[in-house]
Design a protein around this ligand. Structure first.
Ligand code: PLP
Length: 395
């Protein structure tokens, strides 16, 4: 018999997941190609050829018992070494295998990190719009998420507002660039300003605040735009990474946490990460995929499809009268709702078989998110529906 159930967990569902489930039902009714499903950040571009080749080779050539067996709780040593080497060669860091903890994707990376850092009652700051799961992840770690408004024209952090939001309970700041859902990339100037405010806050109050950089979209940027690597700007930083998007492997659940060894107490922080991973049951990330990523570090799926989707969609939507902030990365478009309530707008969009996510749970009202990681054919086929939706507001 079950004595106690945390019913709160079942009460609030993810809006994104609900729409995705609705889409599956609708596709069964009217056909896969007739539903324009922009609900989920599920990559449509296949994993690079090297991934398939390495996977086949691993399964054929390696000892099956060892390949599928448990690894060390924090991940296989050779894999962690390879991840550290890869980061060092790209970002001029000096990380060792002992800074890396292999995880089941970015969600696990963020959850473990928050559980390692937070005490009950601590606050975590992030910038709206933000990935809605941060609310749940932070609450689960005993903390409260506080979202700071961004500049509505750019969706970049408003430094003055950030400065005011910092308090004695602030333990960490989650940044996510390239951003889900806005697609904006925080440039070097923004990162430097954020770090400066945190350094001043620490000097004034003695409060140490960590930066947790959630970066599943690190490589998904267009036009060669530079994404600053947080460890080079701020010592008290932890990077949460995932191969879900860069290698189109979201269902395989593989990523890592990298602890900045420029922190004087980084070994203690790393031990805390290991302890939190253990307490949450997140030990030994999928062994086969640990081995796989080791062999394909530095490879990325063909993101030119996303760039072309972005260009076609941005141009067409603007022409139809939508307000869109041009994203520089990830594969999301943040669009102003054509009526006050984004949920009503997204509901009306369903009449045109358009599945778009109202952004209230992302911390910004009056916007919707379009996940354009779909096929180019789907983008082109969906344009008349977007046009009709806009026209329906002009009647
Ligand atoms: N963080 C952000 C900003 C995301 O957009 C996602 C997934 O869409 C995640 C974390 C979770 O990623 P993963 O599938 O690797 O757990």
């Amino acid at each position: 018999m079950i004595n106690q159930i945390n019913v709160g967990y079942g009460k609030t569902r993810s809006v994104i997941r609900e729409l995705f489930e609705y889409g599956k039902k609708r596709k069964a009714e009217i056909g896969e190609d007739n539903v324009y499903d922009f609900s989920l950040g599920n990559p449509s571009v296949p994993a690079p050829e090297e991934v398939t080749d390495a996977l086949i080779k691993l399964v054929i050539e390696e000892d099956a018992v060892a390949l599928h067996g448990y690894t060390s709780a924090q991940g296989d040593l050779s894999v962690r070494r390879a991840v550290a080497d890869d980061l060092n060669s790209r970002f001029s860091t000096a990380l060792s295998a002992d800074c890396i903890y292999m995880t089941c994707g970015a969600a696990a990376s963020v959850c473990i990190t928050l559980n390692a850092l937070l005490n009950k009652g601590d606050e975590v700051i992030t910038f709206a719009p933000f990935f809605p799961e941060y609310t749940v992840f932070t609450a689960n770690a005993g903390g409260t998420l506080k979202a700071v408004e961004t500049d509505p024209k750019t969706f970049l952090p408003d430094i003055a507002k950030f400065s005011v939001a910092l308090g004695e309970k602030t333990k960490a700041v989650i940044i996510n660039s390239p951003n889900n859902p806005s697609g904006v990339v925080y440039g070097e100037e923004v990162i430097k300003e954020l770090c400066k405010v945190l350094a001043e806050h620490e000097k004034k109050t003695g409060n140490r605040v960590f930066i947790i950089s959630d970066e599943p979209y690190r490589e998904l940027v267009f036009g060669g735009i530079y994404v600053p690597f947080i460890m080079n700007y701020y010592a008290d930083s932890i990077v949460c990474y995932s191969f879900s998007k860069s290698l189109s492997l979201p269902g395989e659940r593989i990523g890592y946490i990298a602890v900045n060894n420029r922190m004087p107490d980084w070994t203690e922080i790393y031990a805390g990460i290991c302890g939190a991973g253990r307490a949450m049951g997140y030990v030994c990330a999928p062994a086969l995929f640990q081995q796989l990523v080791k062999r394909v570090l530095g490879k990325t799926s063909d993101i030119s499809v996303y760039e072309s989707n972005r260009n076609i969609l941005c141009e067409a939507l603007r022409e139809y009268g939508y307000e869109v902030v041009q994203p520089d990365g990830a594969f999301y478009l943040f669009v102003k709702s054509l009526e006050e309530h984004a949920a009503a707008f997204a509901e009306r969009a369903k009449k045109y078989e358009l599945l778009i996510v109202p952004a209230d749970s992302f911390g910004v009202k009056g916007y919707v998110r379009i996940a354009y990681c779909v096929s180019p054919q789907m983008i082109k086929k969906s344009l008349p529906a977007f046009k009709k939706l806009a026209e329906s507001y002009k009647k």
